[in-house]
Write a protein of this length. Structure first.
Length: 416
């Protein structure tokens, strides 16, 4: 019996320890849940009644810097922004922006409701492409209706049974004006059941304290009663009561752990989204490096082609120089040949002239010889002619004499 009583006391002490832990944990969540989460949706911290000094230069340290490039990027103030003007280039990392009211964006209410609708319908992982289409088309389908029909709890939007989300919106205007403005938002999550759990836990604790005092008194009376059956029944009831109380004490702890796990899940989801953005930015940087390398390759090809063209041009110039040298050599050789030909022609002319003169001289000598021959022949010819005349005359006379002799002889024969 003493062992049972000792075990019961230990169970009571352990239960009080767990109740204290549960109360402290719920009180912590209650403090966190009572923070300033109920911010207005439109984040506009600027003093609208303050007249800006146009002569005062902007403090660049107050500028909000883009931490990526493209249509869906993060900014240095923790907001995530979507490109508003597709007629201008997208921002790149390091571009400077100024904060402006979210209402300054075209269709600002539709854009806010679209972002809220993405979280209500569980499409936060596709919010980049959804917002791009909504900004360009001016419509987002049933996401606006989902956001408008969602339950509001103390300025927060109910995402599910355990989680609510608080959204803040702004427009980031480009300082230079050379790139597009961005519609940006940020979101924080909180547990819905924190206040309810705190109230339930307080009521449970109060009831426990009252019951404890009663049960301690009853336990004293039980010790005074030596009836074993009554003691066992009371002990069983007491153990059932403590089991129920322990369940009531552990229930908010379990719910808190589930809520913390849900918050951790959403934080992990945001971390995954950040990692996706980082990978997208890394991919964009890799693409930019590839484009730069392609440009370098194209530039190298252009330079290589230019060098080849320069080599061909130099070779062409060398060929022209060689051709000019060959032409000059040909001209020099032609001139030399012409000079030699002229020399040959002149030599031939001189030889021909000498030949003609020699022929003329020979003809003259021949004529002189002929004349001398004729002159010498003339005297002989006269003598020959004279002798020939004499011979011819003598021959004629003999012939005539013979003719007449034969005639006379023939006539005599005929007479005889």
């Amino acid at each position: 019996m003493n062992k049972k009583i000792f075990a019961l006391i230990i169970v009571i002490l352990i239960s009080f320890c767990f109740i204290g832990i549960a109360m402290a944990d719920n009180a912590t969540h209650q403090d966190n849940s009572t923070d300033d989460h109920d911010k207005p949706i439109d984040k506009d911290t600027s003093d609208k009644n303050k007249t800006p000094d146009k002569n005062k230069t902007d403090d660049k340290s107050k500028y909000i810097l883009a931490q990526g490039s493209g249509n869906d990027i993060k900014f240095s103030d923790g907001f995530r922004g979507f490109r508003l003007d597709y007629s201008k280039p997208a921002a790149t990392s390091g571009d400077e922006f100024k904060h402006a009211s979210a209402s300054s964006a075209p269709n600002s209410n539709m854009l806010m409701q679209t972002i809220i609708g993405c979280y209500v319908k569980g499409l936060s992982g596709q919010i980049g492409s959804i917002m791009s289409g909504a900004i360009q088309s001016g419509a987002s389908g049933d996401l606006v209706n989902a956001a408008q029909n969602s339950e509001k709890i103390n300025g927060a939007v109910k995402i599910n049974n355990n989680t609510a989300a608080v959204f803040s919106f702004e427009v980031l205007e480009s300082v230079s004006g050379n790139v597009s403005n961005y519609f940006a938002y940020t979101v924080s999550f909180r547990s819905i059941s924190s206040n309810t759990n705190q109230t339930n836990l307080t009521n449970t604790t109060n009831a426990t304290n009252i019951t404890n005092a009663t049960n301690i008194t009853n336990m004293t009376l039980l010790f005074d009663n030596e009836t074993n059956m009554t003691l066992l029944e009371e002990l069983l009831d007491y153990l059932l009561f403590w089991a129920d109380m322990l369940y009531g004490a552990w229930e908010p702890i379990i719910e808190t752990l589930l809520n913390d796990f849900l918050i951790f899940y959403h934080a992990l989801e945001e971390l995954v989204h950040l990692f996706e953005n980082f990978m997208a930015e890394l991919q964009a940087m890799i693409d930019a490096v590839e484009q730069f390398l392609n440009m370098l390759a194209q530039l190298w090809k252009e330079i290589d082609g230019l060098l080849k063209l320069l080599g061909v041009l130099l070779s062409f110039i060398q060929q022209i120089i060689n051709l000019i040298g060959a032409i000059l050599n040909f001209i020099v050789g032609l001139i030399s040949a012409i000079i030699a030909l002229i020399q040959q022609i002149l030599g031939l002319l001189f030889a021909l002239i000498n030949f003609i003169l020699e022929i003329i001289n020979q003809i003259l000598l021949l004529l002189q010889a002929i004349l001398d021959f004729l002159k010498a022949l003339g005297n002989v010819l006269v003598s020959v002619i004279e002798n020939a005349v004499i011979l011819i005359a003598g021959f004629v006379l003999i012939t005539v004499g013979a003719f007449f002799y034969n005639r006379i002889r023939n006539q005599k024969k005929k007479i005889n």
